[in-house]
Write a protein of this length. Structure first.
Length: 656
């Protein structure tokens, strides 16, 4: 049970309430308006609404099935949402149809002989007003209906074109409670020097009221700073590395979201370390999402590590010119230094030392190999016998500096000791701490986080510059955008899921209504819902995100439910002998109250999550914006399309 399960339950809330609203509306109509009594109302409600409610639940579950099949890390991350929503929907139908009417007896049986209440009279007047307006302004003629449909289509086209200017991101930032701070001092910094810096920075951090707990680590990064595979595979330990694992106070005790403290805190720490050259501060707040990967990742692959390091330096310099791009670094980090011994073959021949002998004895010196065990009598522990210069013991027994290697000797083929430096030349060279490979080739990844800027904006600026830089790179050296640039593949998967959901819903509706036209009318509300989503995001300046895409897919099931019942009501009026125009306006008016009730309950369920969690606000707002316009579309667009696509021939009343 986690946050995603809660999101799935909230998502299903409006849908399952729709089932109960439908059943209770039928019971209310039978008892108070038709005067059928409780038993008669139950029979009428089940007869009229059980099948439409079932079809609505089935179509909604079919909408969630493709969403549960989205592949990749992101698909696995959100899979629990559609599964939870589908289970809730299945149970809600069973409870609403089998238990809803019987449970309502506790409340409705006493009111069985009462007349309509205040809400009934108000809704009745609203339905009459809507019916008159539809008859005079929307479905008074086919020409009127056609104009409304064309206007809705043009509005949809406009919203789609406007949506092309929306910024996008994979996951909006959430308010986490952890912050990892990694400080990398200049190479060569001793552990004692790092400890002094750690104490200085710790004094700054411990006086921050928004931190509840802080753990300091000298000689390595903290756990909160390790969130991606680059972090885990990279250099995490060293005498020049300091880590702070910070746990923030609960959100209600802070005046800002956790990630909003990062800029100010980074500036304060940089000011404290301004006199120390070569310092790099990396901050990693918990901001949600399916992984802890950096938003910007540019993979550069080639053959030479030195050339890759130079290319990475150019890319990092270019990223540094873009405002809002922070914590810029590469996956291999600064190069270290190592002592390399190059054999002097003439000297080796002179002293009688082969390459295998030299390599084997130097390996023994550098390793800590267990070669035997010294067994002691009694209950005393046995002692390991190890061969090598590196072994567990007091520091004064270990090699303290590379100059001490001058004391090492190599035993030649005559059993004599020859100084190591007489056989090999020591040379200080650069050494890489870690080497990454991509598709069998050496690679370096340039990483960066974003503050107040979106990845699409960064990539838009970087693409032409990367093309220019690649022209000056050696042959065979290539780059590829990764990280949130993979958002295109994720959205492509979501689009496929959305289209599959539409096809499945259309197929079920075609079987239900035995028509190819009525499913088209019902699905038109989906297009009108998209108008609300796009215009709502544009007006609020909210970027389009993966959670918003989930909301759009879920929106299909929500708006289709209302449209199914409305079309069923219009068809029922046609069977009673009413004209197309009468059936359209009266059918829409009849469903005004339950449609508005469903919309209001959805708002009530989604608004708290939209206001409390910025990570899931796009999902909630996509449904809210879409349902607003879908409600208007249901009472205006569906009657207009019903008039245009239904034959005018008046069917005679059908009798059982």
């Amino acid at each position: 049970f986690n946050m995603l399960v809660i999101v799935g339950m909230i998502l299903a809330l409006g849908l399952l309430v729709d089932d109960f609203i439908l059943i209770m509306e039928g019971m209310h109509e039978g008892i108070f308006l038709k005067r059928l009594g409780f038993t008669g109302s139950v029979k009428r409600t089940i007869r009229n609404y059980a099948v439409p409610s079932f079809s609505g639940s089935v179509t909604t579950i079919l909408v969630f099935v493709p969403l549960a099949c989205v592949g990749g890390v992101d698909g696995k991350f959100i899979r629990v949402i559609p599964v939870t929503a589908s289970v809730c929907l299945a149970m809600s139908y069973i409870v609403s149809v089998l238990l809803g009417p019987s449970m309502s007896r506790l409340f409705l049986s006493r009111a069985e002989h009462k007349g309509p209440g205040t809400v009934d009279r108000f809704s009745h007047r609203a339905e009459q007003a809507l019916s008159r307006w539809l008859g005079s302004s929307v479905v008074g003629s086919r020409k009127q209906a056609l104009l409304w449909v064309l206007g809705a289509f043009l509005l949809f086209v406009f919203s789609v074109f406007a949506a092309t200017g929306l910024r996008d991101t994979l996951y909006p930032k959430e308010d986490g409670r952890t912050l990892g701070i990694a400080v990398e001092l200049a190479p060569g910094t001793t552990l004692d020097q790092s400890q002094a810096v750690a104490e200085e920075l710790g004094e700054i951090l411990k006086h921050k009221p928004f931190f509840e707990h802080i753990m300091r680590i000298t000689g390595g990064k903290d756990a909160y700073s390790l969130s991606s595979f680059h972090d885990y595979l990279g250099r995490n330990q060293g005498e020049n590395i300091i880590g702070f694992a910070c746990f923030l106070t609960p959100g209600k005790e802070r005046d800002r979201l956790a990630f909003e403290y990062v800029d100010e805190l980074r500036a304060e720490l940089e000011e404290a370390l301004k006199d120390r050259p070569g310092v790099r501060i990396l901050m990693n707040p918990a901001i949600g999402g399916s992984s802890g990967e950096d938003a910007v990742q540019i993979d550069i692959s080639g053959n030479s590590l030195s050339e890759l390091r130079e290319a990475a330096r150019q890319v990092m310099a270019e990223l540094g010119t873009i405002p809002g791009v922070v914590d810029i670094r590469d996956s291999i980090g600064p190069a270290g230094m190592e002592l390399e011994f190059r054999p002097m073959f003439e000297a080796m021949n002179h002293y009688g030392v082969s390459q295998a002998t030299l390599a084997g004895q130097m390996l023994a010196y550098m390793e800590n190999e267990k070669i035997s065990t010294f067994r002691r009598s009694g209950t005393r522990d046995d002692l390991d016998i190890r061969l090598g210069a590196v072994w567990s013991g007091p520091d004064h027994n270990r090699l303290q500096s590379w100059e001490e290697l001058a004391r090492l000797t190599i035993i030649n083929n005559q059993g004599r000791a020859v100084p190591l430096w007489s056989l090999a030349e020591p040379v200080m060279t650069q050494a890489e701490h870690v080497v990454f490979h991509r598709e069998g080739r050496r690679s370096v990844t340039v990483l960066a986080k974003l503050e107040g800027v979106y990845v699409s904006e960064v990539l838009e600026r970087m693409r032409p510059r990367m093309d220019e830089m690649q022209e000056n790179w050696p042959d065979g050296q290539e780059f590829v955008f990764a990280g949130e640039a993979d958002v295109e593949a994720t959205y492509r998967n979501m689009l496929v899921a959305f289209m599959v959901a539409i096809v499945l819903v259309y197929a079920i509706l075609a079987l239900l209504f035995d028509s190819l036209l009525y499913p088209g009318i019902i699905l038109s509300t989906v297009l009108f819902a998209l108008v609300g989503v796009f215009l709502g995001f544009i007006n609020t300046g909210m970027p389009f995100s993966f959670s918003a895409a989930i909301g759009i897919v879920a929106l299909v099931g929500i708006v289709v439910n209302d449209a199914i019942i409305m079309i069923e009501t219009m068809r029922a009026r046609r069977k009673q002998g009413q004209s197309v125009f009468e059936a359209a306006k009266l059918g829409a008016a009849d469903r005004l109250r339950p449609i508005v009730s469903t919309t209001v309950t959805n708002f009530a369920g989604l608004t708290p999550l939209a206001l409390s969690d910025p990570g899931w606000a796009p999902l909630c707002k996509a449904i809210i914006f879409g349902e607003l316009t879908a409600t208007v579309g249901a009472v205006v667009l569906i009657p207009a399309l019903f008039v245009l696509l239904t034959r005018s021939k008046r069917p005679g009343p059908q009798h059982p």
